[in-house]
Design a protein around this ligand. Structure first.
Ligand code: BDP
Length: 709
């Protein structure tokens, strides 16, 4: 008997599939406070979205409290949970006034008297708002938050909160580290994998309301009837959860699948083709969201192939979608065939002249920084520079340049740093967040995109901690002013335990993890030093090949004198793309934050740093600091053994071991390489790298995951 019980134990382990929606029974001491909650559940089920909300509450409260709420049509006793809109639940009509200003997707959660009884109310103007409110209520219960006197009023500050899947139709995920694409195109439209519903639940729980199903480097096939039917099937699953589908559109599709000779956006036949295509799409998917477009970037076709500009291209598609209410997300991640003097300047140069020219249903989607999702970048100079165009943020959730899925790197602090950066576009306080939420320039159309880290791995994201990056992305898209630390705490409570002895160490590991990866990969403003193509591991020596701005030496410019890219007035003058106070700060070696020192300046090896050390000594010590932080995370995590289920604990522990090994490799290879320029000894106490540069250069990883095919 005892033996059987012992063997049965591993079944209690968790594989991470449930994400943050685990709904495990709360400890008795916490559950007690919810004794009355949901004694009755009054939540109509007239629509699929209402059904989704009720199902989630039954499942969630049932799991957390060990009893499913009794479903009822009316409030008869104290402790009822009432969920809906004034239209769906007449008893909520009295809240009509309070719901004003919450918009289509907002909600409130509070205690109220309904039919003379004490009730907890989740009320909204729409079914989706009530669904979001239900998830919020479940989060409170799951986190053990008291509900007495609860008074939540929430509405999203950003309209389009979208995931971008870089998934190819053959299920390969570009820059994906969590297995194949979850879209099983071959079996669609008939087989609707239950994962699609769980995907939608997870997204709705954090307010994500759109998903672009296919890669920005897409084939035109995605727009053929065969695939539109499959897309429609996915849309039918997501609809109940308030999620719209979007597709990446290949600019040359009129040629490839339309049989036209050109894709010139000013050609009437091309314009007609797109209009017909849009009509066809909306016949198949009436609530289709619109197109995401990567044009004239990294070899993708675009309007410049015909001597036209980005606005010509975007507006043509916008015109086709407008009658149906669709929108265009036109990416500003561009760089041309001709190498510019500094790649960091190109998006600004190409886009700013078109400010105010884009159609009303176009958003320009801008990566957080001007190069490419580096561990740390200063905010993109386009933010604040196009006041008459709604700019959408593009963050990367998948960790292409941040250790793939094996490194524990919580991206919340990085998102927060960018969103809180002050562009000074309209004087002090003109933060990136205010540009994204539309408040700075009074734009109603607003958006944020996150490049997804989702695949068929059981834990969805390739590692347990990478789930936190999906989570924080959604929460910050809902509220770009939110705190990364508070979100980390919510996530840790839901994902691991409500016990502060687990939550606090986990949160502290997470909060320093971004600085750590910056330190052991690209300290002090260095960037783009990863292995060529796949971006795995250190490659500061990468040079040659098709274009200079795909090499590392282009970016670090190390020589006998010093290191760093001079983007000040004496160099490429990229600083001039920022508003004057920012340009001034970044442009001077004395005022630039040390985090961006080598991003903007070529700095002598003996330059005195704030620490009093020389630049060379500081650089070496930063690398070491990053590795030390990872060691610290390993130690902290090992103290949580037994407090987190064994299966997840084990995998995280092993991954942290990999991370330490790779952080050390980054440090050793980088120090060995840069020392060939600095020709200075390592500071006292710093270990010599165990190998010479040639050894590190010789390491090859032809099958590293995620590289484009
Ligand atoms: C880079 C990736 C590449 C993407 C490109 C993009 O290396 O795979 O296609 O960005 O965003 O980060 O278009």
């Amino acid at each position: 008997m005892l033996l059987a019980w012992t063997f049965a134990l591993p079944a209690l382990a968790e594989d991470g599939y449930d994400l943050w929606l685990r709904y495990k029974p709360l400890p008795e001491a916490q559950a007690r406070q919810y004794r009355e909650l949901g004694a009755e559940l009054v939540a109509p089920v007239q629509t699929p979205t209402q059904q989704a909300a009720r199902d989630e509450l039954v499942r969630g409260l049932g799991g957390l409290l060990g009893r499913e709420p009794a479903q009822a049509a009316a409030v008869r006793r104290n402790g009822a949970l009432v969920v809906g809109t004034p239209a769906s639940v007449p008893q909520l009509a009295s809240l009509q006034g309070d719901l004003e200003g919450l918009g289509e997707e907002g909600y409130l959660i509070r205690e109220a008297r309904i039919d003379g009884r004490k009730a907890t109310v989740v009320a909204a103007n729409s079914d989706v708002g009530a669904l979001y409110g239900s998830f919020h209520l479940l989060r409170l219960v799951q986190s053990g938050e008291p509900l007495a006197g609860v008074d939540v009023r929430e509405s999203p500050r950003v309209k389009l909160r979208v995931l971008n899947h870089w998934d190819n139709l053959d299920r390969y995920v570009e820059r994906g580290y969590a297995g194949e694409s979850i879209w099983d195109w071959h079996r669609l439209p008939d087989w609707l994998d239950p994962r699609y519903t769980d995907y939608a639940r997870a997204n709705a729980s954090i307010g994500i309301n759109g998903t672009v199903l296919n890669n920005v480097n897409t084939s035109a096939q995605a727009l053929t009837p065969l695939y539109l039917e499959k897309t429609a099937a996915l849309a039918s699953v997501f609809r109940a959860y308030g999620i719209k589908v979007y597709l990446s559109a290949r600019f040359s599709a009129p040629i490839e699948i339309g049989g036209l000779a050109t894709a010139d956006p000013l050609d009437p036949a091309v314009r007609q083709w797109w209009k017909d295509k849009a009509d066809e799409i909306y016949r198949t998917i009436p609530d289709f969201g619109g197109f995401l477009v990567k044009a004239n970037s990294e070899g993708q076709p675009g309007p410049q192939d015909y001597g036209r500009n980005h606005a010509d291209g975007a507006n043509m598609l916008a015109e086709a979608l407008a009658p149906h209410g669709g929108i265009v997300m036109w990416r500003a991640f561009v760089y041309s065939h001709e190498e510019p003097d500094d790649r960091a300047k190109q998006a600004y140069t190409e886009f700013v002249p078109h400010d105010g020219v884009f159609a009303d249903n176009v958003l320009v989607q801008v990566k957080n920084g001007a190069i490419d999702f580096q561990p740390r970048e200063p905010f993109h100079p386009l933010f604040g520079a196009m006041p008459r165009t709604p700019l959408m943020m593009e963050f990367q959730i998948t960790k292409e340049y941040l250790g793939f899925a094996t490194h524990l790197v919580y991206l919340g602090p990085m998102y927060e740093e960018v969103l809180r950066a002050d562009t000074h576009a309209r004087g002090p306080g003109s933060t990136v967040a205010k540009i994204i939420d539309g408040s700075l320039e009074s734009h109603a159309l607003t958006g944020m995109a996150g490049v997804a880290n989702i695949g068929v791995d059981r834990n969805w994201s390739g590692s347990h901690f990478d789930q936190a990056n999906w989570y924080v992305y959604g929460r910050m898209a809902w509220d770009p002013h939110a705190s990364a630390e508070e979100i980390a705490r919510d996530w840790a409570r839901m994902t691991f335990s409500t016990d502060p002895a687990v939550v606090e160490p986990v949160v502290s590991m997470m909060m320093g993890s971004h600085q750590a990866v910056v330190d052991y990969m690209t300290p002090l403003g260095l960037h783009h030093l990863m292995g060529r193509g796949h971006h795995y591991g250190p490659g500061p020596w990468v040079e040659g090949g098709p274009r200079a701005d795909w090499t590392s030496v282009y970016y670090h410019r190390a020589d006998a004198r010093g290191i760093g890219f001079d983007r000040s007035a004496t160099g490429s003058n990229a600083v001039a793309q920022y508003a004057p106070p920012v340009a001034e700060q970044f442009g001077s070696i004395d005022t630039v934050p040390e985090d961006f020192l080598l991003w903007f300046h070529h700095v002598p090896w003996d330059h005195r740093m704030a620490s009093g050390r020389s630049l060379w000594d500081e650089l070496v010590s930063r690398y070491g600091r990053g590795v030390d932080y990872v060691r610290g995370m390993r130690r902290t995590w090992s103290t949580l053994e037994g407090k987190v289920d064994q299966e997840r604990h084990h995998q995280v522990a092993v991954f942290l071991g990999i991370q330490e090994k790779e952080a050390q490799w980054w440090r050793d290879a980088s120090v060995a390489y840069f020392q060939t320029f600095s020709r200075r000894p390592l500071p006292a106490g710093e270990a010599e790298p165990p190998h010479d540069v040639e050894y590190y250069k010789s390491l090859q990883f032809p099958f590293a995951p995620g590289d484009g095919k």
